[in-house]
Design a protein. Structure first.
Length: 526
């Protein structure tokens, strides 16, 4: 009879999962023994990097990503990254090696005590099989749970003495399973939504990351054009659901109750598709909706629908819903929204670039279908204003704001999308949370261009400090970090770009390279 080990690898292969992101310890060695040749192991030197790479890979491929961590310590190191994976609906299948079964009770070294509790509440499902024969079934459940909507990370703890045990006669049945999902609203529900849109005098569309995740961007464009709707991106945007140079595009809504209401003033119907209502951040209380406005929320996540404090909701697949809705929408007579004005030119400093000019240079030189992994917190608005994003899957930002996502996720995205150029735009603060990702970039020759915006500070916190009237907080600056030296130390080539010309030259070089390039850009605070 086949071993748990053999059946597990058949299951993974059958599910199209042949990349393992991991950082091993003794508990994981029996799983890695005889690692099949058609599989690829991507080593991260810290579990935050491992989970971040897998998160980027899952988000950009739309497929579950397999993670193998070391017991409790490895899981703990990955928890910060899990906050992002959870809010990004990222289908991570996280496994952790457990002590041998008979050694868990005595709490030997590396026993992961109450293992399924550890990653909660940042996983959809968490489990430790009760016996070795249940391991393949549990992993199958994990893969399907992660992939079925609403998607999200799952966790399985596996005792290391399970791998060479018999999997049982029927183990292959679990390998052969396929699960389909359909979530199309009924025609009555679709007609009702179409009627509400038709009856509104001044409707507005607010789009979220699920539109991009479900590749419904084109459908959103068709809806906006047919109804001539202004389109906002939902606050705290982790993806780009709508081309940001389209005339209907208005920008990203601010992440504050009062700010959203002010921006949507005058609209009588707010249709939110594929975003929570809403992902607030700054505390600026106020009315949830403008006077006289109604809200309809279309989402694939029933929990998201249930927790909103206002509006009606339709729970269903956002791609299927938009697709079904479009034939019911008659073209509007309204005037097409005016395209946004081109932002004004700004001055650079002495040996320091204005972030706006970094972005203009990038926009001029990057391939049209470049993918941006963005993690510089003080320049989010500037980036959306200045850098064109046209294709689905062009932008990834940490979905829970947990820093340490950018560098590893850029690598994971590049592994998932080898035909598109990935560009990491990372703050100097953010880069340090996951700096060892540079080693993986070099080791696997992942040809991402990694731009570090070195403003020597936690820039966004300076903005928050002003907003929260805290003028004396310590620990907000991060000067004197030599990112070029760090990159070279990990085996990544690096350039210092202290002028627009130097940046342009470095970018061109990076886009032509078959391995990673780090570009350190001294920048002015924004
Ligand atoms: C894991 C984690 N720790 C701390 C924070 C708090 N935080 C939010 S923004 C920020 C500053 C990031 O600085 P940097 O990457 O340099 O970007 P900048 O704001 O300067 O553009 C910090 C520390 C966080 N979001 N996540
Ligand atoms: Mg900074």
């Amino acid at each position: 009879m086949p071993s748990v080990h053999a059946v597990t690898y058949s299951l993974l292969r059958r599910q199209g999962i042949t990349t393992v992101f991991g950082n091993p310890g003794s508990n994981e060695l029996p799983f890695l023994k005889g690692f099949p040749e058609d599989f690829r192991y991507v080593l991260g030197l810290h579990e935050g990097v491992v989970a971040g790479m897998a998160d980027g890979y899952a988000l950009a491929s739309g497929r579950p990503a397999f993670v193998n961590l070391h017991a409790a310590a490895g899981t703990g190191n990955a928890m910060g990254a899990l906050t992002n994976a959870w809010y990004a609906h990222s289908p991570l299948v996280i496994t952790a090696g457990q002590q041998a079964r008979s050694m868990i009770g005595v709490e030997s070294m590396l026993a992961n005590v109450e293992a399924p509790q550890l990653p909660k509440p940042l996983v959809k499902w968490s489990y430790e099989p009760a016996c070795p024969e249940d391991v393949p079934r549990a992993l199958s459940q994990a893969i399907h749970s992660a992939s079925l909507p609403p998607r999200g990370p799952v966790y399985v703890s596996i005792p290391h003495d399970d791998w060479d045990r018999d999997a049982g006669e029927d183990a292959e049945l679990v390998v052969a399973r396929e699960i389909d999902h359909a979530g199309v609203p009924s025609s009555v529900q679709i007609e009702r939504l179409a009627e509400r849109l038709d009856a509104a005098d001044n409707p507005v569309l607010v789009l979220g990351p699920e539109v991009d995740a479900r590749q419904a961007n084109g459908l959103a464009v068709a809806l906006a054009e047919r109804l001539r709707l202004p389109v906002w991106v939902a606050p705290s945007a982790s993806r780009c659901p709508f081309p940001n140079r389209h005339p209907c595009f208005r920008g990203v809504l601010p992440a504050a109750i009062a700010g959203i209401t002010a921006h949507l003033e005058g609209h009588d119907l707010i249709v939110v598709v594929g975003a929570p209502v809403f992902r607030y951040h700054q505390y600026a209380p106020g009315r949830y909706l403008p006077e006289g406005a109604r809200l309809v929320h279309v989402t694939g996540d029933a929990v998201e629908a249930a927790r909103a404090p206002m509006g009606d909701a339709l729970v269903g697949d956002v791609h299927a819903t938009l697709e079904a809705l479009l034939p019911h929408i008659a073209p509007s007579e309204r005037a097409m929204p005016e395209p946004l004005l081109k932002p004004a030119a700004v001055e650079d400093g002495e040996g320091r670039l204005a972030p706006a000019n970094v972005f203009d240079t990038l926009d001029a030189l990057a391939p049209e279908d470049a993918i941006y992994v963005k993690e510089s917190t003080s320049t989010v608005e500037l980036f959306w204003e200045r850098v064109a994003m046209r294709e689905p899957g062009s932008y990834f930002f940490p979905a829970a704001g947990g820093l340490g996502f950018g560098l590893p996720a850029a690598l994971g995205v590049q592994l998932a999308q080898p035909q598109r150029q990935v560009i990491g735009v990372i703050g100097d603060g953010s880069a340090s949370y996951a700096i060892t990702a540079l080693w993986s970039a070099a080791r696997y020759r992942i040809p991402a261009v990694l731009i570090i915006l070195r403003n020597d500070t936690y820039g966004a916190l300076r903005g928050f400090a002003r907003h929260m009237q805290v003028d004396d907080a310590p620990g907000l600056d991060v000067p004197d970090i030599d990112f070029c030296a760090l990159a070279r130390g990990y085996g990544v080539e690096a350039r210092l770009a202290d002028s627009r010309d130097a940046l342009a030259a470095a970018l061109q070089e990076g886009f032509a390279m078959d391995r990673p390039l780090l570009i350190e850009v001294p920048t002015l605070p924004s």
